[in-house]
Design a protein around this ligand. Sequence first.
Ligand SMILES: NC(=O)c1ccc[n+]([C@@H]2O[C@H](COP(=O)([O-])OP(=O)(O)OC[C@H]3O[C@@H](n4cnc5c(N)ncnc54)[C@H](OP(=O)(O)O)[C@@H]3O)[C@@H](O)[C@H]2O)c1
Length: 390
Amino acid sequence: MKKYAFIMHPLSLDEVCTFEPKAAGKPDQLVEKMLEWMPPFVIANRLGVASEHKQVEGVMICVPLLPQQILGLNADFVIDKIVAAAKIGEKSGADIVGLGAFTSVVGGRGKKVAERLSTPITTGSSYTAISAVEALKLSAKKMKLELSETTALVVGASGSIGAVCAQLLAPQVKKIILAGRQISPPLTRLAETIGPKAEVTDDTLQALSQSKLILSATNAIGPVIKTEKLLPGSVVCDVARPRDVASRVSSRRDILVIEGGVIKLPGQPELVTDYRLDLGMPDFLTFACEAETILLTLEERFESFSLGRTIPIEKALAISDISHKHDFDLAGLRNFGQDITRADIRRIRRTARFTRIREKLKVSSKNGWARAKAKGRKAKARAGKSRKSA
Ligand SMILES: NC(=O)c1ccc[n+]([C@@H]2O[C@H](COP(=O)([O-])OP(=O)(O)OC[C@H]3O[C@@H](n4cnc5c(N)ncnc54)[C@H](OP(=O)(O)O)[C@@H]3O)[C@@H](O)[C@H]2O)c1
């Protein structure tokens, strides 16, 4: 049976405790130091993924580093760890290695790791991008947003996933705002590629108040979408791990927040582990980056499919076709590990309608108050004039 390896890492200190219980209650700095010394290890095996054409299995390897360590520690040190993890995969017979979450962000988005291995590498960005856009479109439909009349916003648009998402979305929406940390050459180049519909900004908060369709795929450590500026009835698709959407925003009852890039696997998938590993979803669901690695294994297409900062849109379309062939599907709409039901959507739409009415009333009563005040001032002035002339 063909096999893949998938490299993952803890996204938070809580997740560290799932494989290293001794970390519980220890100061953050101590835990981080301890993680630096820990070598990569096999955290689970994925069994039972089977399409109508073939069955494959996977070995999941943990690089025990937090997102801030992957971005902040010496790059060579981090890449050495990822390479060591990939070599564990190679030794266990993997034909391809997938890079999960921040392990794909460093070293030229997988390029430096690929140079040091004989096994092909994929970051999973192609399938992550196209499945996130599909989930966003599905959410828009459920929220009764007409794409062609809606402004979309892609946060982290200069990144490898964000750029593909922007290109996939642009032809279908009225206007597209591309937000980056700064207005960098990749961001302006992307806007030029898309054409007159595109606009760039480094002010995400401001852009939130202009768009109802938001896709966020940054490599920020903390939340990026944390404002009350979101319009009622907006849809936000959060692709980032760790999340870009602050939990405070997710609890707003008049907007729909979904996790992007979650895929339902065919067969009877089972995650076998000796640890308290919890991906926040049942075993038949996984992130699109692992799903892309599985698809390439099912196809026996052992090539570095998604690698580097620029992912051609054709790759996203190709992996989408492969996913249909093997019966991979969107996981439905989910947020913080929960399925979003039809009743949830109805409630969000109703609350959004009420919020809009309340805001209109507020504005009109404010205007009414301002008109009354102005009338009062005029009347006073007239009275003053007539007193003077008398
Ligand atoms: N759901 C899934 O299956 C899945 C799969 C793979 C990856 N991911 C996640 O997706 C995210 C993006 O991955 P990627 O490979 O596309 O990363 P990437 O190529 O490094 O792109 C991230 C982009 O975000 C931008 N950014 C950082 N902070 C920002 C901020 N505050 N405001 C606006 N833009 C900001 C960065 O800008 P600069 O260039 O200026 O730094 C960069 O262009 C990561 O969180 C990753 O873990 C999810």
